[in-house]
Write a protein that binds this ligand. Structure first.
Ligand code: TXA
Ligand code: MG
Length: 345
């Protein structure tokens, strides 16, 4: 269905009532969470969930996260709400941790789990999302509210740019605090395993469980290298979770060399995402580049990452050179997203 009259509403009582009404009627609604904006539908209604896949252009084999108001609601959807699940929910919920558990006999329809026998559950830490879950009384399936493979949205404006015309209502809850998607933790095996790193780290989870947690294979630690020559036209390459503009992860040394060697902005400008202040790089060299100075802490970096990528991508630059952040585990979530943004096929 197309929705020419897109509504973006501030989250007052009336807007929340309208959102709950739409969701109850089997519609989709974009909602804020603390990580990124989600495209929500009643997780118990297969027809409603199908609309999420259609609006996003998402392949049906990619399962959705189910959002619940509390651990009691989560427990009802799983066959094995374990001691580990209970301990993690007690510490991290509401919050950016998704738990993958065995699906219950009475659970969400197949379309949510892509036919699999596990279900991904999380309780979001955003007052609007929580109020809406309470109002609805049913769980909400919600992937990030962007077209499949595009950059995730951290503002209502990002959602409108990506899904405008495909969603009847966006609730504007301001900019997301965490800024990258939740940590996804698989609890179905003997050893808990991180499937997607996020702002809750393997070390934090391990501390709560009192045992080892398998971290996701480190991405962004391999040097993707620079192109042999500057790319003629951004947007020619197929991208994954990525800006249309080619993005290259580079060390500070490489960046310095690049800034000295590259002819300044002959045809199109390039963007540079620096860690910390531009002063350290020598202000003059940077004059002909579009420069973004990213904050030095992983939390603050994550919060701004997608907004800066959206911003730089809209400028039609020939490339974005991003200074590679540290490889410490606290940066795992950021490095994972950057390496995906840099991945080109
Ligand atoms: O922070 C978040 O998690 C955001 C907000 C809206 O809650 N949601 C989000 O959803 O990022 P999405 O669909 O963009 O990413 C969900 C990830 C995908 O990588 C998906 O494959 C994985 O979670 N996932 C979902 N269900 C799963 C399952 N049963 N087993 C393993 N992975 C699952
Ligand atoms: Mg997504």
């Amino acid at each position: 269905m197309k929705f020419p009259d897109l509504q973006i509403q501030t989250p007052n009582a009336e807007a929340l009532r309208l959102a709950a009404e739409l969701l109850r009627a089997g519609e989709i609604v974009a909602i804020p969470t603390e990580t990124v904006y989600g495209l929500a539908a009643n997780a118990l209604d297969a027809g409603a969930v199908r609309k999420i896949f259609e609006a996003k252009g998402r392949p049906s084999h990619n399962p959705l996260i189910v959002h619940v108001p509390d651990s009691a609601a989560a427990r009802r959807l799983t066959a094995d709400w374990s001691v580990d699940a209970e301990a993690l929910a007690a510490v991290f919920w509401p919050g950016p941790l998704t738990l993958v558990l065995k699906r219950g006999a009475v659970s969400v329809p197949d379309i949510v789990t892509a036919g699999g026998d596990t279900v991904a559950l999380r309780c979001p830490q955003h007052p609007v999302a929580l109020q809406l879950l309470q109002l609805c009384g049913f769980p909400l399936a919600a992937p990030s509210a962007n077209r499949s493979n595009a950059i995730s949205p951290t503002t209502a404006h990002h959602v409108a740019m990506s899904l405008g015309g495909r969603v009847p209502l966006i609730i504007d809850g301001g900019a997301c605090a965490a800024g990258i998607e939740s940590t996804v933790l698989d609890l179905t095996d003997t050893v808990p395993k991180i499937l997607r790193p996020g702002s809750i780290t393997a070390a934090e989870i391990s501390r709560v469980l009192g045992r080892k947690v398998l971290a996701a294979p480190a991405k962004g630690t391999v040097d993707e290298g620079l192109p042999a020559k500057p790319l003629a036209s951004p947007g020619m390459l197929s991208t994954h979770y990525a800006p249309d503009t080619p993005l290259f992860l580079v060390s500070r040394t490489e960046l310095r060399r690049l800034l000295q060697q590259e002819p300044a902005a002959a045809d199109a400008q390039a963007g540079v995402m620096l860690l910390s202040s531009r002063g350290e790089m020598g202000g003059e060299e940077l004059e002909t580049w579009v420069v973004v100075c990213m904050p030095p802490s992983p939390e603050a970096y994550a919060q701004r990452l997608y907004a800066e990528l959206h911003h730089l991508d809209a400028l039609g630059l020939r490339a974005i050179y991003c200074e590679r952040p540290p490889t410490e585990s606290a940066w795992a979530g950021v490095n994972d997203r950057l390496s995906r943004a840099a991945q080109r096929g």
